[in-house]
Design a protein around this ligand. Sequence first.
Ligand SMILES: [Cu+2]
Length: 89
Amino acid sequence: MASIELNVQGMSCGACVKHVTQALTPLAGVEAVAVDLATGRVRVTGAAPGAALLAALDAAGYPAQLLAATALTAGNTAGGGSGSSCCCH
Ligand SMILES: [Cu+2]
């Protein structure tokens, strides 16, 4: 089973983890979603294309980059601000 690892920005609490999980789980080809809040990493198991995962996360308010499986150069993302405030409160 293939898996894709993502670096997800903006997750700061358990509710964010839930949001991210709920954004990814219904997508076609997603078998399992494992979120690591501490590192901001999400591992998606299944055949879902990375672009669909990124689009779903973006729509949910969590910009993400692919870490593995595809060399997508995320050079121009609006990063920088490591916000400590939670997006979902
Ligand atoms: Cu949160």
